[in-house]
Design a protein around this ligand. Structure first.
Ligand code: PLP
Length: 412
């Protein structure tokens, strides 16, 4: 069979829905369409059975109990509920007062964590954003140094979505436990791909999303610990009191069933997938580094997810690079903000220069990525970069051994 183009290498942005997930969901749009809140007839009971299944699978995936799972619309909502909901509940002073409490996060969190933290900052909370080191890994030591007597919440992601780097979650959790501080982790890139155990990993609040793990879009879950300690949250959305009052609104039963199926499949297949994808990712990195000079794989060498690689290419220009690899659906190190292209704040925060950030690619592999696709991607990237460099006077100078950092450029 000929290779289909473009090749999807952007699984960190979203994944295709597993056909087994779609199949499990279908009855819940039609014959099992009931509202799980309808307690007095079989339509409601059938819907509730679906929600129970999803809740059981979601809980099992992360080592939690069913009562600790709150279904949401995705990780953005889960992060907002976890961060604002706990900050309001555990604040040291009421709204309007100064010194409402201290929160620790990190500069390379997803916007769905950074922006709720910034909102709280405006409302009178103090927030420390840890500056990550060049390898992108947030350690327990860094968190420890940021803690204060009035710290109420630590929110550190499990794995970074741009770099794939893995933070010291278990150790950070243990530190927070010792100090009686609530610990939240955005596990959207981690859960369903890597083993998760909220007990052993010392987590109080954990967010994830179905569409990053072969489930449907528009559904996610928030784990809220019920014992040692019993974590309380202030609801952000009020109404019918569903999800133990944490998240009112009629349950998205088909979505919850789909998420449950995705969790069930993940438990059975994640180990096999991780081993396979780590090999494929290593193949891309080795192929690129063997055939091209002046490129760097960003983030820690080993502490990275099996399926994400982020590579910066020297002596090419960002837009040219994206054009050159247009058959590969992937992400660049540029983010569209209004009219202009901004270098990724994640790459910037770990010390990658603006130019190099623009000429970076994030390639993220998935369950159905083939050897053939990986080979084609590697050669497309290598050929693309070589072609651009062949037209680059800077690259010529570099090849001639001229140190470009010492060149006196004429200013016009
Ligand atoms: C995708 C992603 C989110 C947002 O998830 P949605 O379900 O799309 O709201 C949050 N955090 C991380 C780390 C992500 O990768």
């Amino acid at each position: 069979m000929p290779l289909q183009l473009p090749i999807y290498m952007d699984h960190a942005a979203t994944t295709p829905c597993d056909p087994r997930v779609v199949e499990a969901m279908l009855p819940y749009f039609t014959e099992k369409f009931g509202n799980s809140g309808s307690r007095n007839h079989s339509f409601g009971w059938a819907a509730e059975e679906g929600a129970d299944y999803g809740r059981e699978m979601a809980a099992r995936l992360i080592g939690a109990t069913e009562k600790e799972i709150i279904f949401t619309s995705g990780a953005t909502e889960g992060n907002n509920l976890a961060i604002k909901g706990s900050a309001y509940m555990y604040q040291k002073a009421p709204a309007g007062a100064a010194k409402r409490g201290h929160i620790v996060s990190c500069l390379i969190e997803h916007k769905a964590v950074l922006d709720p933290c910034k909102r709280l900052q405006k409302e009178g909370f103090d927030v420390t954003f840890i500056e990550p080191p060049a390898d992108g890994v947030v350690t327990a030591e860094m968190v420890k140094n940021a803690l204060r007597d009035d710290t109420i919440l630590v929110t550190i992601m499990w794995a970074n979505n741009e770099l794939g780097t893995i933070n010291e979650v278990r150790q950070i959790g243990s530190l927070c436990k010792e100090r009686g501080i609530i610990f939240h982790t955005d596990a959207t890139q981690w859960a369903g791909k890597m083993p998760t155990d909220v007990e052993a990993d010392n987590i109080d609040l954990l967010t994830w999303s179905a569409h990053k793990m072969y489930g449907p879009k528009g559904v996610g879950a928030l784990y809220v610990r019920r014992h040692r300690p019993r974590v309380r949250l202030q609801a952000l959305q009020e109404g019918g009191g569903q999800e133990r009052g944490f998240r009112s609104g009629t349950l998205n039963i088909s979505g919850i069933v789909g998420m449950g199926k995705a969790c069930e499949i993940a438990m059975a297949e994640m180990e096999h997938d991780a081993i396979r994808l780590a090999k494929l990712k290593a193949k891309i990195e080795a192929g690129v580094l063997a055939q091209l000079d002046s490129c760097v794989v960003n983030g820690h060498k080993d502490k990275r997810l099996p399926h994400i690689t982020n590579i910066s290419f020297g002596f090419v220009e960002g837009e040219g690079l994206m054009m050159a690899v247009k058959d590969i659906a992937c992400s660049s190190g540029s983010a569209c903000t209004s009219a202009s292209l901004e270098p990724s704040y994640v790459l910037k925060s770990i010390g990658v220069g603006d130019e190099l950030a623009h000429s970076s690619l994030r390639l993220s592999l998935g369950k159905w990525t083939t050897d053939e696709q990986v080979e084609h991607t590697t050669s497309a990237v290598v050929q693309g970069v070589k072609k651009l460099r062949a037209m680059s006077p800077l690259y010529d100078m570099h090849k001639e051994g001229i140190d470009l950092s010492k060149v006196q450029w004429a200013h016009h």
